[in-house]
Design a binder for this molecule. Structure first.
Ligand code: NI
Ligand code: MN
Length: 249
């Protein structure tokens, strides 16, 4: 049973999650909300966000970033190039730029950027703007609860290093295939990371992606002690009362 230490993870569909601490601070990872076909209506209106974490500059991860950052005066954690682009959109003072390997504290969250193997251009007015490299995110929440959000990536051997160095309590891994790992690669990533709790993501959003997590579950069948939390958009893990926890292995 995953102990979130009073923190709550809510899935918005695709690669978008909110992280809520026991005291009510809210972080959002890759805020693809308005145009996210899997995001339920009740999550479309964001009531509070203190920190936005962005793995890379693709539209299905940037999503509502500019509008949300402005509306909520949220800090934005991203690559220097991405934060630089953000400044050209009128969000000058909120960038909390960083790069791979480093750690910074932003509000109640501590974040480290890791490798991800993917591209990272920002589509802006018909042009592609360099947004820095694609990254993964290690996010530590109060109580030491640690999340690895892999961003968009293929599987890579240094996931073993990420598992050893940061010992994430839960990993959010893309399983949708085509643009990222598919089921087979993601199952291998689980083994490299050595995590016991996984939330599959980046599937079922568009016709080109794997429609569900069934194949991923089959590929993971031989991994001892693993719990796959295949959250439906709108479902949460953890939280003060532990309510609306969803798990299926
Ligand atoms: Ni991408
Ligand atoms: Mn993507």
């Amino acid at each position: 049973m995953l102990n979130t230490k009073g923190n709550k993870i809510t899935y918005f569909g695709h690669a978008t999650f909110s992280l809520t601490t026991a005291s009510g601070s809210v972080g959002i990872i890759d805020p693809f909300i308005t145009n996210n076909p899997r995001c339920p209506a009740e999550l479309k209106k964001v009531e509070r966000v203190d920190v936005i974490f962005v793995s890379h500059g693709h539209g299905d991860h940037l999503g509502d970033l500019v509008q949300l950052a402005k509306e909520h005066k949220a800090k934005v954690v991203g690559m220097p190039e991405l934060c630089g682009w953000l400044a050209t959109k009128g969000v000058e003072k909120q960038g909390a730029e960083m790069n791979k390997g480093g750690t910074q504290r932003v509000g109640e969250f501590s974040v480290t950027m890791t490798h991800a193997f993917h591209s990272g251009g920002i589509e802006d007015g018909g042009k592609i703007v360099y947004g820095g490299e694609a990254a993964g995110l290690i996010i530590r929440m109060p109580g030491g609860f640690t999340i690895y959000h892999a961003g968009d990536t293929c599987v890579f051997g240094d996931m073993k290093l990420i598992g050893e160095l940061y010992a994430p309590d839960v990993a959010m891994l893309p399983i949708g295939d085509h643009y990222t790992m598919g089921a087979r690669e993601a199952a291998y990533a689980v083994k490299l990371l050595g995590v016991k709790d996984v939330i599959p993501m980046h599937y079922g959003t568009f016709p080109v992606l794997a429609p569900n997590a069934e194949e991923f579950k089959i590929e993971c069948a031989g991994i001892a002690g693993l719990t796959i939390h295949a959250l439906e958009p709108g479902e949460s893990l953890g939280g003060a009362a532990g309510k609306s926890s969803a798990a299926n292995d």
